[in-house]
Design a protein around this ligand. Structure first.
Ligand code: GAR
Length: 220
């Protein structure tokens, strides 16, 4: 069932191009969401300048200010609850999210990762894929669970590794698809089309939902 506007919180650590893709989709009327709060663990994250430009409220909540991950988690829970956000969108948030936070927002935290999970978890996934020599890689949007980069998969886009690629050109092409599928997945949540059943996510009752079409693969 379609609803008005899904209140969301977006967590960032760096440049924030995925945050920007969500802002752009909202401003273009393609995404029925409202960013109630952006949380950064780094005060110098360039993503925060995007918040300034678009009048989006943000808070800097660095883990190192807190004695334990639990205390940091409590501060994050408090901030998100105060904002009224119903979905937490990790967009280049480069810290492991504390367990109590994941528990507090069970099945309501999504993350984007620049590989076809479960391959190439962790940092620099694009470079890991390039160095391994895979022919196809991509990006994955998944629900966040306590185990890193391991939660139920909601959507994936496939990106071929081209003969002249470098880790940088490959990462840039994957990023284009991140910007395409992440707002799409948030829109599925906004429309109430996502159902979680154990480690499977159903969109409109289909096991993997509408798989994003990737015209690059047409060349093969
Ligand atoms: C994106 O490529 C995202 O997939 C990745 O960090 C980048 C953030 O870019 N996230 C991870 O690797 C999480 N494990 P952005 O700040 O421009 O959105």
């Amino acid at each position: 069932m379609k609803r008005d506007k899904l209140p969301i919180a977006v967590f960032v650590s760096g440049r924030g191009t995925n945050l920007q893709s969500i802002i752009d989709a909202i401003e273009a009327g393609r995404l029925d969401a409202e960013i109630r709060l952006v949380v950064s663990n780094r005060s110098k994250a360039p993503a925060l300048q995007r918040c300034e430009r678009h009048g989006i409220p943000y808070e800097v909540i660095p883990s190192k200010k807190f004695e334990t991950p639990e205390k940091w988690g409590e501060a994050l829970i408090e901030a998100v609850k105060r904002s009224g956000a119903e979905l937490v969108v990790l967009a280049g948030f480069m810290k492991v999210v504390p367990a109590n936070f994941i528990e507090a927002f069970k099945n309501r935290i999504v993350n984007i990762h620049p590989s076809l999970l479960p391959a190439f978890k962790g940092l620099e996934a694009q470079r890991q894929a390039f160095d391994y020599g895979v022919k196809l890689t991509g990006c994955t949007v998944h629900l966040v669970t306590p185990e890193l980069d391991s939660g139920p998969i909601i959507a994936q886009a496939v990106v071929p590794v081209l003969p002249n690629d470098t880790p940088e050109t490959l990462a840039a092409r994957i990023l284009e698809h991140e910007h395409r599928i992440y707002p799409q997945v948030v829109q599925w949540f906004a429309e109430g089309r996502v159902r979680v059943d154990g480690n499977k996510v159903w969109v409109d009752g289909a096991r993997y939902g509408t798989l994003p079409f990737n015209p690059e693969l047409e060349k093969f």
